[in-house]
Structures are given as structure tokens and as C-alpha cells.
Write a protein of this length. Structure first.
Length: 233
């Protein structure tokens, strides 16, 4: 995906990208490739592939959410900043929190944030279950991209989502996620929308789950990883 193709396709999502935002994305790309030489941030470094599989893919959440209607977003297991940092560049009004358990990724994100001059964005070096346990009912939107099976993700994400707000899970094929109905019930949430589509150009499968938190959770969630593994919802 070239830059011009990227601009055209995100316009179809209702997103505009001016020269300043495009310049920031380009600098982000350059830093991603440079830092990737000494740490494992991504297996994708070709510019056209990064713009398609990381930048554009991150913004497909706009298919189910109008970011202009919200103020706070937390991206759990953000890795190299997908989708959270990309969303911040295109929607600078959002107050964003990026959570990751690997400190070298956090250091990379901090360097990118500083270089791009971004404000109202913080990084947190923590395991998501620890962070979630201490930050309940905090965010308008919580996102996760290819982090864990949905029934596990729900236990991490729903507790930090505000009541009547949304957890957005980004996945591949819809057939890969079938055992999450009990987690929805226990965590007092419901699937409001499932959006299936093909990524442009390469036509790979994508599925976005828009999940609404209906009411507050039992205070014991999320549990410790050992408990989750022993008795998954």
C-alpha cells in the first residue's frame, strides 16, 4: 500500500490525513525499521506492507467506532504501538494509554512519542492483568490486536472499560473465535457488532468485535494468569 493508496483507503473509513499526520506516520515508520534492527518489534519492514498491515489495519477500528465521540483509549499488549499509537496520530484529541509487558518496547514507544511531539499519551510497562486490576472502569475504549484468545482478552479488557463503553478486539478469521459466550456473561458484557472484511490489496481476513460493557464486574476480575489458565471463562 503506497502513501496515496493509504490516504484513499482511510478516507473510505471517514478518516482524513493531512501532511502533518502523514509526516508523523513516515517518521514512525523510519524509527520502527531502525529500532527493529536491534530488537524484535515486527516481522514486517517493507514500507508498503507496514502501511497496509500495521497503519491501515490499525485504523479499521473506525468501521465500528467513531473516535470523535470519545476521549480516552487504552491499547493493551500494544507491542510496537498497533493500533494505539497509529490511532493517536490520526485522532490527536484522544487521551491514549499504551500498555505492554516488555520494557524495550515501551522504551521504543517513548522515543517515538517524544520524536513526534505527541501529548496526552502515556506508556505503561506492566502485565495487563496487573494493570487492569488497578485501573477498573477507566476507559471509553479499550483495544487489543492479536494478543490472546477472546475469552482471555475479555477478562483483561472488560474490567478497565467504563460501563456502557466498548472493548474492540481485532482478529483474523471469525472461525478462530468460538468459545467466549460464558466470558461475556460473567463479565456482564455483550457483542454489539461483529465486522468481517478483507484487508485491501492482499485480501486477508479480518474480524473486529465491538463489545459493550453493560454493568460493573465482580471485583475479583481479572484473576491471576495461573487462575485464568486453570479455569478459563
Amino acid at each position: 500500500m503506497t502513501e496515496s493508496e493509504f490516504i484513499k483507503h482511510i478516507e473510505d473509513l471517514g478518516i482524513t490525513c493531512d501532511d502533518d499526520k502523514l509526516s508523523r506516520l513516515n517518521k514512525y515508520y523510519e524509527m520502527l525499521v531502525e529500532y527493529n534492527k536491534v530488537m524484535n518489534l515486527t516481522g514486517i519492514t517493507d514500507k508498503k506492507q507496514v502501511y497496509l498491515k500495521h497503519f491501515y489495519d490499525s485504523l479499521t477500528i473506525a468501521k465500528v467506532i467513531n473516535f470523535n465521540e470519545y476521549n480516552t483509549l487504552c491499547d493493551i499488549g500494544t507491542g510496537a504501538g498497533f493500533p494505539g499509537l497509529v490511532i493517536k496520530i490520526l485522532y490527536p484529541h484522544l487521551r491514549i494509554t499504551l500498555v505492554d509487558s516488555l520494557n524495550k518496547r515501551i522504551n521504543f514507544l517513548n522515543d517515538v512519542i517524544k520524536e513526534l511531539g505527541l501529548t496526552d499519551i502515556e506508556t505503561v510497562h506492566a502485565r495487563i492483568e496487573d494493570y487492569a486490576y488497578n485501573n477498573k472502569d477507566r476507559f471509553d475504549i479499550v483495544t487489543a490486536r492479536a494478543v490472546a484468545p477472546l475469552n482471555i482478552l475479555l477478562e483483561y479488557a472488560i474490567p478497565i472499560t467504563k460501563v456502557n463503553s466498548y472493548f474492540i478486539a481485532m482478529k483474523g478469521k471469525i472461525e478462530d473465535e468460538t468459545t467466549y459466550s460464558n466470558a461475556l456473561r460473567v463479565l456482564k458484557s455483550e457483542v454489539e457488532e461483529i465486522k468481517e472484511f478483507k484487508l485491501p490489496i492482499e485480501n486477508s481476513d479480518r474480524t473486529i468485535y465491538k463489545i459493550k460493557k453493560i454493568s460493573k464486574n465482580n471485583g475479583k476480575y481479572p484473576r491471576k494468569p495461573s487462575e485464568i489458565k486453570k479455569n478459563m471463562l
